[in-house]
Design a protein. Structure first.
Length: 256
């Protein structure tokens, strides 16, 4: 992709991104306390919608290209873009909750995979590896480095644990736009990719499968699942690159 397609933001724009990132992080922390056996994904959506509105934000997901809900809830073999509804969580499930908010025109995007009750050792390992993979990718982000470094680092880490990385979906530029350039690939591409420059905002969000990396989209046009029905887990943060550092704007203050 041409470097000119990737937006370089002003130094003061990071203040706006921090506000959006803080709300997204707070929503995810809030809803996580409600993830338990018996609750429906639709009820989780309602809780998030009310929380976002009360804090003066707007769900960026609701009505985005026709998406019908305020969050994405992806359970077990659902990779991403799961639509909240009547599914009632049960012990042993894993669920990724993806939050994107709009605060005064700026977007914060984050997700986490939660374990419901008692799950298998495989599920625990998958969730743990998915979270670590995200941080491995973030650790590879450096001012004046290259986007290819992110995928290379994640691929090496995930391969070591015997899991696979989804290739059909990737991270993305973000800011005033929900999805923007560049595409942030989470697997080895054998290309350095564009240079990472101060002022760039983007997400790192590897999707890790217990089986094959291959996916397909269900008939609803949104829900992405693993082709072999294997479990999938994902974690996501929004990143801001400055002249001498990398800031995770969707990390809560007490986690930094």
């Amino acid at each position: 992709m041409p470097m000119s397609a990737i937006k370089i933001h002003k130094a003061e724009d990071i203040v706006s991104m921090r506000s959006a990132g803080e709300l997204a992080a707070d929503v995810l922390e809030f809803v996580g306390k409600h993830v338990a056996e018996g609750i429906t994904t639709g009820e989780l959506d309602t809780l998030c919608s009310e929380f976002i509105t009360a804090r003066g934000g707007v769900s960026a997901t609701l009505s985005y290209n026709g998406f019908p809900k305020s969050i994405c809830t992806s359970v077990n073999h659902v990779v991403c873009h799961g639509i909240p509804g009547n599914y009632r969580l049960k012990s042993g499930d894993i669920i990724n909750i993806d939050i994107t908010v709009n605060v005064n025109g700026w977007h914060g995007d984050t997700s986490r995979t939660f374990i419901v009750g008692q799950c298998t050792e495989l599920a625990k390992m998958l969730v743990d590896v998915a979270e670590q993979a995200m941080y491995v990718g973030i650790s590879a982000v450096r001012p004046y480095g290259h986007f290819g470094d992110i995928g290379s680092a994640i691929q090496k880490f995930v391969d070591h644990h015997g899991f696979s990385i989804v290739r059909s979906y990737c991270g993305h530029g973000i800011g005033r736009e929900f999805h923007d350039e560049p595409m942030v690939v989470h697997h080895e591409s054998h290309e350095p990719g564009p240079q990472i420059l101060p002022g760039m905002f983007f997400t790192v969000e590897p999707m890790i499968n217990a089986g094959s990396y291959k996916t397909k989209v269900e008939k609803d046009g949104w829900t992405v699942v693993t082709v072999d029905k294997s479990l999938s887990a994902q974690f996501e943060h929004t990143i801001a690159v400055t002249e001498d550092s990398v800031e995770i704007v969707t990390m809560r203050a007490q986690q930094k």
